[in-house]
Design a protein. Structure first.
Length: 283
């Protein structure tokens, strides 16, 4: 396992949210999904996640919606520079514990915040959502520290329900907060890469929606491997099993998971690639 195999950027935001190295016992996998995650563990760094500030994590995932990490990372950095600890619009003494990002963003001027996060796209909508979330966190949890404690200590189902009630927070965002902040085992967030690959490989039904894929993966992958499985599958989707050109199209041996894959919607004879749900309709 070389340093090169470390995903440079992932949904957790690269270095800042990169998790801690962890080793999983590959052993005899009980399910195909677990075997796939174990194999990914041979390719990429194995990691466990958790410990990040919950409100900042929420803000980061809102910024990353409908855009790439490359575009959302500078927006996150600019936001933290201005509203974070020591920033010109930070709240508190600016020297540590009493700074509150939620308070700073609840009081932010929307136009100014939109301009700060403009590189992330949809900046008007995102700035409105972030301010509304900050107000809610301040009102219901007393600020970012109270919210952090809630996410890290309360029952995961209760936390998930509370997050989903917030405007702009969908299942993927809620699961990312539970995983990257709460460090909760058994949470396998499903983004577009995970949704595609799990159905292509036959780990979930071809017509399963995001929630359906999440249920299959969380049922079949041991809890302690779910977080790593999520980030590794995203990286695998970027560098090997992409939406339009999975590596096996040119060369079946180019994919290290070929022996565990049903290739639903991938026709290596004609070179045609369709969404697995379309392949089901065509049958
Ligand atoms: S065999 Fe092809 S479709 Fe299956 S995981 Fe590998 S690249 Fe993706």
């Amino acid at each position: 396992m070389s340093e090169d195999s470390e995903p440079e950027r992932n949904i957790s935001g690269g270095d800042a949210g990169g998790g801690q190295a962890a080793t999983f016992a590959a052993g005899e996998a009980d399910t195909r999904a677990e075997a796939v995650v174990d194999r990914l563990g041979d390719i990429y760094w194995q990691k466990a996640y958790g410990g990040r500030d919950a409100f900042e994590c929420l803000v980061r995932t809102i910024l990353s919606q409908n855009t790439s990490d490359k575009a959302s990372q500078p927006a996150h950095d600019a936001l933290m520079d201005r509203y974070g600890n020591g920033g010109e619009e930070g709240r508190g003494e600016g020297d540590g514990d009493d700074h509150d990002l939620a308070a700073a963003l609840a009081e932010a001027d929307q136009t100014r915040l939109a301009e700060t996060i403009s590189s992330a796209g949809l900046y008007n909508q995102k700035s409105e959502r972030i301010i509304a979330l900050a107000e809610r966190v301040r009102e219901e949890y007393g600020g970012e520290a109270g919210f952090d404690e809630f996410v890290k200590t309360e029952d995961p189902d209760e936390v998930r329900t509370a997050l989903l009630e917030m405007n702009g927070v969908g299942p993927k965002t809620a699961d990312c907060v539970l995983l990257f902040s709460g460090g909760r085992d058994g949470v396998f967030p499903v983004d577009t890469h995970v949704h595609r690959i799990a159905r292509r490989m036959g780990l979930a039904p071809p017509d399963a929606d995001h929630e359906g894929v999440r249920e299959h993966l969380e049922r079949d992958v041991p809890a302690e491997k779910c977080g790593f499985g999520h980030t590794a599958m995203i990286q695998f989707g970027r560098d090997t099993c992409s939406a339009r050109k999975p590596a096996c199209l040119d060369d079946p041996d180019a994919c290290p998971l070929a022996d565990r894959c049903d290739r639903v919607g991938v026709d290596t004879t004609t070179g045609e690639v369709v969404d697995p749900a379309e392949a089901l309709e065509a049958d």
